[in-house]
Design a binder for this molecule. Structure first.
Ligand code: PFF
Length: 462
């Protein structure tokens, strides 16, 4: 029995894992990646990445949690000792817990924008909007540090409050309420989109395979997204696994969560693109799609005020159920390490996330001219926000994933993993994947992040 209790049922466990996985990554990024990299051809590649890297790593992280029954840092320490290995393997827990805090500090800014847009849409601000005004409205928000600060503070406060109330009264309650609301809204939006004349065009856009647009970058984009979308490398799955009831078969639970995450990403696309096409707009890429193109689209269609409000509310709920899982590993560590009450530990970590978030927040306005890594760093505009995102998703997540695969696949005894996972063909397949396929694929992602793959591609082209 873990120190902080268990999920009340296997169903709640799976729902919480889905809640963590389902977030801004699915609703904002997945549909646009699918559109950009060749529709269903990209979906197929993404599914392959999920199967070869995502799923095995999710099983591994959940298993480490359930075996260790502790905060990720102590779980890894405990398992390493049990296996007669160096306690240094707890670095996996450290990296994950620290990365969770860093990711949350940036995630909270986008979560804050989403909250602001719920109210904008409800107030009818999008009505009759034109492209220039939509862009200006977005810039007005991101350019105003005080308003951003208010939304960021609110987002962090809600996350902290939920985590501070504990597993059963906080996290589980949030998942229990937010998830049905979120899924209902998605259902309504897809139903609404289905009625739009451009629904078929959207289906085609999302699902028509265009293998010509698939290249090495698409593969790496799919791999990177599999990581982020499944909340891997952040300790989130380790801590959620620590609360998993003994009888849950992890080899069955993880595929359910992964499938749900992918399906919901596709459904989000089916909710978004018909509206965008109906308004005669281009499915532009990145944050612009959600915060500029979509308001424009909602402003130009009947019932857009309500559907727009629902859409952004869905985004906020999805972001919250992800955010709590990023904070939990660090909070439980602080509780344990300094013997603090949960509420106090959560508040301390909340203040830390809030303060770190200022770096991202100011990147859009007062510090937009600051490029901490100078000319050396080119992705995005090189602001603190861009550097942080790159550092986290490009380096820290793959590094933690790689170490996890090596630890679980090569250092931990197969007897231990067999006991946790129950043997059978599924287990053997998992062992092969985590030993061979996952490290190679994650290593590739890692090389891309430090620029080596780019270099190779250039060489090849010469
Ligand atoms: N999976 C989330 C998304 O797709 O938006 C992001 C995320 C959540 C990453 C939780 C990491 C995490 F611990």
């Amino acid at each position: 029995m873990p120190r902080y209790g268990l999920w009340s049922s296997p169903f709640m466990f799976v729902l919480a894992v889905i809640g963590s996985a389902l977030g801004l990554g699915n609703i904002w990024k997945f549909p646009y990646l699918v559109g950009q990299y060749g529709g269903s051809a990209f979906v197929l590649v993404y599914l392959a990445c999920v199967a070869v890297v995502g799923l095995p790593l999710m099983v591994a992280e959940l298993m480490l949690g359930r075996r260790g029954r502790h905060t990720p840092i102590y779980s890894l320490l405990r398992i390493a000792r049990e296996e007669g290995l160096s306690g240094g393997w707890s670095v996996i827990g450290w990296l994950g817990s620290i990365t969770g805090i860093l990711v949350l500090s940036t995630y909270s800014i986008i979560g804050g924008w989403s909250m602001a847009y719920v109210f904008r849409s409800a107030a009818g601000t999008f009505h009759g909007l034109d492209a220039v005004t939509a862009a200006r409205q977005f810039q007005e928000l991101t350019g105003d540090p005080e308003r951003l600060l208010a939304w960021h503070t609110l987002f962090v406060a809600v996350t902290t409050l939920v985590v501070g109330r504990g597993l059963r009264h906080g996290i589980e309650e949030a998942v229990r309420w937010f998830m049905p609301v979120l899924l209902t809204i998605l259902g309504i939006l897809v139903f609404y989109a289905h009625g739009q004349p451009s629904f078929d065009r959207a289906v085609e856009f999302l699902l028509r395979p265009d293998f010509a647009r698939l290249d090495g970058y698409a593969l790496l984009a799919a791999l990177g997204h599999a990581f982020f979308s499944l909340s891997l490398g952040v300790g989130a799955m380790v801590i959620y696994g620590a609360y998993a009831p003994e009888r849950v078969p992890l080899l069955a639970a993880a595929p359910v969560a992964v499938l749900a995450d992918t399906l919901i990403g596709l459904l989000a696309g089916l909710a978004i693109f018909p509206v965008v096409f109906q308004a005669g707009l281009d499915p532009s890429a990145g944050p612009g799609l959600i915060f500029q193109t979509l308001p424009l689209a909602f402003g130009g269609i009947p019932g857009g005020q309500l559907t727009g409000t629902l859409f952004f509310a869905m985004l906020v709920f999805a972001a919250w159920t992800s955010a709590i899982s990023m904070l939990e590993p660090a909070v439980t560590y602080v509780m344990e390490r300094w013997r603090l009450e949960r509420a106090l530990a959560a508040s301390l970590m909340g203040v830390l996330v809030w303060s770190l978030g200022l770096l991202s927040l100011l990147s859009f306005n007062l510090w937009s001219h600051l490029h901490p890594l100078g000319d050396w760093f080119t992705p995005g505009r090189g602001t603190f926000f861009d550097v942080l995102i790159f550092f986290v998703t490009g380096l820290l997540l793959p590094l933690t994933g790689l170490l996890t695969a090596i630890f679980v696949g090569w250092r931990m005894s197969p007897d231990t993993s067999r006991i946790e996972l129950g043997g059978g063909w599924g287990y053997h397949l998992w062992l092969i994947l985590i030993r061979f396929a996952t490290p190679v694929a994650v290593g590739l992602l890692f090389l891309q992040a430090i620029g080596l793959v780019d270099l190779l591609l250039v060489w090849e082209a010469l």
